[in-house]
Write a protein that binds this ligand. Structure first.
Ligand SMILES: Cc1cc2nc3c(=O)[nH]c(=O)nc-3n(C[C@H](O)[C@H](O)[C@H](O)COP(=O)(O)OP(=O)(O)OC[C@H]3O[C@@H](n4cnc5c(N)ncnc54)[C@H](O)[C@@H]3O)c2cc1C
Length: 636
């Protein structure tokens, strides 16, 4: 019996349709559909030109020209009104770090430091001045976080927890005028510090498994459930709490009681990562929360709010990684100078030089991704794809820098108590997990990248088969092919256009020849991504969702190409030799990763030359970074 698509069919998301047709359980299809719809609702919050389908990454992959101008943010204005508060805040962190007074008796950032930062205006950086904040543009904020992270990564992390994923972004973006007036002044002054409570014991990567619920009882909600791994979870502080209300995700701004009681308890555990701040579980048993604290987005639901803040948090994470790596490089150099083996300092050895140059390259790439993504946010873009690239690259770069470059160069001393690596190893690795584990995020990136193409060409084919009652389509069967002839023709036209329609390749006037090579390489790579992704969709069809390794492989290649492009253009704009040489190294590394080529001798010479310059004090980016005493020093 032939059927026509019903309204319900039309309301199903692409993922939902695919999963249902692919034989997934009703439950999985329903849950993935919910995530997908939340995602689409976030998309609709943005004007069409700023949505994911019109983002630089989407355009580069699917259109016939890489919009280079969208990958190259203009330089920041020399000054802005928020600069004073940033300088004062930086001084607070620097002063307490130098005096050894950052932490209290629990080794957490002390309330004195939090208070001094509040005085300096730190907690209101992203809040409009009319509510007492500094109104910092996001690009300025992330550049500032890098500066702070060189001094202390936890302080930088807390600014992001409070401002991006905590209560600030949800209230300033989704709050009603009354909610903004009620919450923002206290969030700006630091009277109310905040965190973000989404993860639960049974719901981390899979947010659809969330169980915490809020029920309206009279003039308040009663919250019942449990949250886990919540950073900045301290009695009396606030959290953006993600709950389910009538089975739909929602966000309540919750002021945690000052003391534990029957309705609210903390779950304490030993956590190695983020050890200088409180990270706890939260248990709620009918905790009353005023009903006026519910944030009601114009579009979407609680996940819409959560995703919005997470985007900003992901860029902040990359900015913080750029700061932590500066601190690592600044500490690696004196040691490499001091340590002699076989009669010469290890800084003269090619293996060590490679690490120095690679670390500089990673720093420049993180700076580039942070500046680019933050600029797009300031322009009004959703930034979904761009923030994921920055998050994954930043966290992986920091992991590599810590283990492959920093730890190995410091040898056995890396593991001494008091050593920057040994003392901070968990801090340096955890960003790979929080705000979305990297590989799972890479799949999300890929899914968002192909969604529109799927909707345009594959969904109509699936729906035509469904309407014709064909459960197992086979295009070799003439009857099946006939059913989708119109849809196939549209797809063939697209494919032929991609293959033979020609692509515009742009150059940038005055660009250094090394960077120009990377620019053309990136544009060349983008020339085939659309077809490759489409081929994977055509080959695996509705089973693509299960081909995670293929999706991860394609996703990672697109991400690497973006990083390469953004880094080359960033260096071009900086126009200084060390940044260009460092960008060139990381771009060469990415190109070899993409092509599988072996490194040339010229590449090794480039590494050595750059490292010699950095060893000689030529890398401005690490100037002023604090340097710890060399441990177990010995007479030479
Ligand atoms: C230091 C720290 C601070 C944190 N701070 C906060 C906070 O402030 N607020 C908050 O809400 N949360 C916070 N978290 C929680 C963090 O966001 C989660 O740990 C993270 O999202 C991963 O969730 P999970 O630990 O439950 O991993 P799981 O969901 O158990 O996943 C484990 C792994 O399984 C694999 N996996 C899972 N699903 C799939 C799939 N569908 N396909 C393929 N592989 C899969 C992935 O490799 C994944 O990483 C924090 C965590 C840490 C460590």
């Amino acid at each position: 019996m032939s059927t026509t698509p019903t309204d319900t069919d039309r309301q199903q998301s692409f993922a939902e349709t695919a999963l249902r047709l692919g034989g997934k359980s009703e439950e999985e299809a329903r849950r993935m559909g919910a995530v997908d719809r939340a995602d689409e609702q976030v998309e609709h919050m943005f004007a069409p030109q700023y949505q994911t389908v019109n983002s630089p990454v989407h355009k580069a992959a699917w259109e016939k020209r890489v919009p280079i101008e969208l990958f190259m943010p203009p330089p920041l204005p020399a000054s802005a009104p928020c600069d004073g508060a940033m300088d004062r805040s930086f001084e607070v962190v620097r002063r307490h770090r130098e005096a050894g007074t950052l932490f209290d008796e629990h080794k957490k950032i002390s309330t004195t430091v939090l208070g001094d930062l509040a005085q300096a205006g730190y907690w209101g950086m992203l809040i409009d001045p009319k509510y007492g904040g500094q109104g910092a543009p996001f690009q300025r904020f992330t550049r500032f976080l890098t500066r702070v992270a060189v001094q202390d990564a936890t302080c930088a992390g807390l600014a992001s927890v409070h401002g991006c994923i905590g209560a600030v972004d949800p209230v300033r973006t989704f709050g009603s005028p009354e909610q903004k007036a009620r919450f923002l002044p206290r969030l700006a002054s630091g009277e109310a510090l905040s965190g973000f409570a989404l993860t639960e014991p049974g719901a981390g990567s899979d947010l659809t498994a969330m169980r915490t619920r809020a029920v309206l009882v009279g003039d308040h909600y009663e919250v019942t459930g449990e949250k886990l791994f919540i950073t900045n979870a301290v009695p009396g502080r606030s959290v953006g709490l993600v709950v389910k209300i009538d089975e739909k995700p929602a966000v309540l701004v919750v002021e945690l009681p000052r003391e534990e009681n029957e309705q609210f308890q903390m779950v304490n555990y030993g956590l190695y990562a983020l050890k200088h701040t409180w990270n706890r579980g939260l248990k709620f048993n009918r905790l009353p929360v005023p009903k006026e604290n519910l944030l009601v987005p114009r579009q979407g639901d609680g996940l819409t709010i959560a995703y919005h803040g997470l985007n900003l948090g992901r860029l902040s994470l990359c900015a913080t990684a750029a700061g932590s790596m500066r601190a690592m490089l600044a500490n690696l150099l004196p040691w490499a100078h001091f340590r002699r083996t076989y009669g010469a300092p290890i800084e003269t050895r090619e293996l060590v030089k490679r690490r120095v140059a690679r670390m500089a390259g990673l720093i420049v790439a993180c700076d580039a991704l942070t500046a680019w993504g933050s600029y797009l946010i300031d322009q009004g873009y959703r930034g979904e794809l761009e923030c994921i690239v920055a998050k994954i690259f930043g966290s992986e770069a920091q992991k590599e820098a810590a283990i492959e470059l920093f730890m190995k160069t410091h040898g056995g001393r890396s593991f001494l108590h008091g050593h920057t690596f040994g003392d901070n190893v968990h801090e340096l690795l955890a960003p790979c997990i929080y705000e979305g584990e990297g590989e799972v995020l890479g799949l999300a990136f890929f899914k968002s990248l192909l969604k529109e193409h799927g909707k345009q060409f594959f969904e109509p084919i699936g729906k035509a088969f469904q309407a014709a009652g064909i459960a197992k389509p086979n295009l070799a069967n003439p009857r099946h092919a006939w059913v989708v002839k119109r849809e196939l023709w549209a797809y063939t036209r697209w494919l032929v256009g991609q293959k033979f329609g020609g692509r515009q390749v742009d150059s940038v006037p005055g660009i250094d020849p090394r960077l120009a090579g990377h620019l053309s390489f990136a544009q060349d790579q983008f020339g085939s991504f659309g077809r490759e992704i489409s081929a994977a969709m055509a080959k695996h069809q509705l089973k693509l969702a299960d081909r995670q390794c293929r999706m991860a492989e394609l996703s990672s290649r697109v991400q690497d190409t973006i990083t390469l492009l953004v880094t080359a253009l960033h260096a071009h704009q900086k126009r200084d030799e060390v940044t260009t040489a460092a960008a060139d190294i990381v771009c060469q590394d990415l190109r070899r990763k993409l092509t599988g080529e072996r490194p040339s001798d010229a590449y090794f010479r480039d590494l050595s030359k750059l490292a010699d310059t950095i060893v000689g004090g030529g890398f401005e980016a690490i100037a002023g970074a604090p340097v710890a005493e060399i441990l177990m020093k010995y007479p030479q």
